[in-house]
Write a protein that binds this ligand. Sequence first.
Ligand SMILES: Nc1nc2c(c(=O)[nH]1)N[C@H]1C(S)=C(S)[C@@H](COP(=O)(O)O)O[C@H]1N2
Ligand SMILES: [Mo]
Length: 552
Amino acid sequence: MPGVSSFRNNLFRAVLGASAGLLAAFAALAVAALAAGLVRPAAGPVTVVGGAVIDRTPAAVKDFAIRTFGENDKTALRLGILAVLALIAVALGVLALSHRRAGSGGVLLFGAVGAAAALSRPDSAGLGDALPSIAGAVAGALALYVLASKAAPGPVPGPGPVPVRVPVSAPVPEPVPTPADADGQDDAERWNRRGFLTAAGVTVAASASAGALGTFLSGRQGQGAVASRANLILPQPASPAPAVPAGARLKIPGVTAFTTPNSDFYRVDTALTVPKVDAGTWRLRIHGNGVTRPRTYTLDQLLARPLIERDITLTCVSNEVGGPYIGTARWLGVPLADLLEEAGVVPPSRGGEADQLVARSVDGMTLGSPVEDLMDGRDAMLAVGMNGEPLPFDHGFPVRMLVPGLYGYVSACKWITDIELTTFDAYDAYWVKRAWARRAPVKTQSRIDTPKPFARPAAGTVVVAGVAWAQRRGITRVQIRVDDGPWQDADLAAQAGVDTWRQWSYRWGATPGGHTITVRATDGTGQVQTERRTRTIPDGASGRHSVFVTVT
Ligand SMILES: Nc1nc2c(c(=O)[nH]1)N[C@H]1C(S)=C(S)[C@@H](COP(=O)(O)O)O[C@H]1N2
Ligand SMILES: [Mo]
């Protein structure tokens, strides 16, 4: 039955080719990891390709990713890249069985893609960043070539020379069996089993060792940073945070805590590997238009200045109505306006030439803030402390910017290392190049924390509670509406300040059945939170948060 035998044969080839391809991919990634460990952990191929994908992802898709995968968006991206790599590896492996050079050539091509991605990243540290991708591709191409040569050795020998008719008197030579017969035998019987398994074993062992060494080296590069953070002692603030009034923290189960613990604080950034910056070698440069006294600061120099401590609520522009990307911490930092004034910067309203401050992080991210806002008396700062400890690495150690009243993407640069004064006309920061607004003050918003959507509370008094925020303006009123009923005033918790969220609660006399509860806030300027629903792009979601519950 030739049909069955050729099916078995094809399946065998597919499995063998796929194995060769996947083994080669493993070798490539492991050698790349080793090279990245030697050069720069952030230059690993999956990291740079992921970064390049993030850079090029349209805002709508990025928004979808944040919405769907939340803070696991980066893990999802990594897994996606690995899945695509695996598929390509399988295809190249199968190809290599019949066209060895083409298979290896394909691997090299992918190395070139990785190298190009590495060099295209805003934080690219030069040609060295291409090394991990190239070294990995060369290793992968070699491994594939060797594995394929064992899996499908050499050109298939022909049937051999036609036997010469000899006189009957001479003895007839025994027919010599050919090692493999093209039309008679399966690949399964032709492959160099021992050779392939040996090559596979060597590939796995060598790759695992290279990968482990690379991981170790990458980890060691961060150790100086970890030690510098562990040894950092934060000075006392010259201007401590005003005490949070006792009445600002409601004791209602389910309400978001007034202060967000660091471990619960949302994280939104484009960094696939969190930058580990050594505080000892960290520098901050201030320069640009209208900077008459450019300067470079060390961390010790910043810490020697009078520090302020403030409770400030930080919000992400990607936070949907009712969403989780918001948190409040007690921040310790250097007033930014002081540094700007010392540098000679004058705000535009007093004739200054720069209207935009571009903050740049060690990973190349740029964020642009209005100079006017930074110098209007609000507590814009270069933060070094978060809730009593040095900034966690995830949140920007050693120094990040923080500006009350502005969404994070136009103000809160983590791992900051450079401040350039320029104009909005002259320069678009990272997200602005990707369709987000140049200027983005935080919109007045409110959120129902309890009851949760689709909860089934018992009829009677149900406590509805949550938070409302309008940084810089403060919250003066929160109202609740059940179904299409009238707006009712909620009870406001004490106000800690205009730059923090404010808790509220409402005792609802719940009647059995399905009900929709809606909240709206009024800010310190008298503006009522708009009903108009907008998407997060380009300058933050608007609309009102509703929760549907079934009262039993
Ligand atoms: N270097 C850097 N800083 C950054 C970002 C980033 O991607 N890279 N993201 C910004 C955005 S969009 C927000 S909302 C805040 C989030 O800060 P957090 O992660 O500490 O909550 O950081 C801002 N600072
Ligand atoms: Mo954000």
